[in-house]
Write a protein that binds this ligand. Structure first.
Ligand code: ADP
Ligand code: MG
Length: 260
């Protein structure tokens, strides 16, 4: 639905306090230029608690650059980013990725080949698998991989590896999950089913997600809110069916015209 506006109020020490209505992720006016060329221009968006916001647009429009900036592996030229009301990056602050409370899932989800499935899922948890048995087993059960605890990645199919990567990213209960075309390496037959199962698990875990995709049908299927991006700018934001039914211009209408 509608993005929730964050209310920031100072506590007795004059720190910002998080209210329940606050977005989990707030991107404010970020721009990025590479060698004098603007690749991302004045992008602002929010992800509300438990919601999936889709950054949708054609190849080359700046989606991955935006996500990399939020993750902290790249840095904006201007603008700022907050996670749960806390600034993680602005002109002065640049928190490293591992301190941002963010989970990542990219197209080449790169499981650790020398670690078992259970060890992969436990990778980001203090104390590893032994200390987090319950959480790891619960997640592997949720992605239907309980019998693969001791299996190694190369013994799994692409779809199974993708599910391990999802469990691994969710294990530390990130405040916000960033997903960059996470289904594009999968074959068509599997993709819809994996999308549905992924969405179900994300909702059960009440995870907030910023999902990047160039496929309108994926955004329509998964998003609570779509931010339509073109040439580095967000040109329209809204609920999927609102955008589908009221495209901002001919290019936006054309972009959606392949889906049925
Ligand atoms: P998308 O994910 O929407 O396909 P990207 O964010 O990957 O788009 O890329 C947007 C534009 O920025 C592309 O023209 C790309 O070549 C350029 N770009 C991305 N990263 C860099 C970089 N490190 N240096 C120079 N140009 C880059
Ligand atoms: Mg990309």
């Amino acid at each position: 639905g509608t993005p929730l506006l964050g209310l920031l109020i100072p506590d007795e020490n004059n720190h910002q306090r998080t209210l329940p209505t606050q977005p989990r992720l707030e991107i404010h006016a970020i721009s990025r230029r590479f060698d004098g060329r603007d690749v991302v221009t004045d992008v602002s968006l929010q992800v509300a608690p438990g919601q999936v916001t889709c950054l949708l647009g054609p190849s080359g429009c700046g989606k991955s650059t935006t996500l990399r900036i939020v993750a902290g592996v790249d840095r904006q030229s201007s603008g700022n980013i907050s996670v749960e009301g806390r600034v993680v990056s602005d002109d002065r602050i640049h928190m490293p990725p591992e301190h941002r409370g963010i989970g990542l899932m990219f197209q080449d989800f790169a499981l650790f080949p020398h670690l078992s499935v259970a060890q992969n899922v436990a990778f980001g948890l203090d104390g590893g698998y032994r200390a987090n048995r319950k959480r790891v087993e619960e997640l592997l059960e949720r992605v239907d991989l309980s019998e693969f605890l001791d299996t190694y990645p190369h013994q799994l199919s692409g779809g199974e590896q993708q599910r391990v990567a999802l469990a691994r990213a969710l294990a530390p209960r990130p405040a916000i999950m960033l997903m960059d075309e996470p289904f594009s390496g999968l074959d068509n037959r599997l993709r819809d089913d994996i999308r549905d199962r992924t969405l179900e698990l994300l909702k059960e875990e009440n995870t907030s997600v910023l999902l990047v995709t160039h496929e309108p049908d994926e955004a329509m299927r998964m998003a609570d809110e779509i931010a339509l991006m073109r040439a580095g700018r967000v040109v329209q934001r809204g609920a999927p069916y609102h955008i589908y039914n009221n495209p901002v211009d001919r290019a936006a209408a054309g972009f959606f015209s392949d889906i049925n």
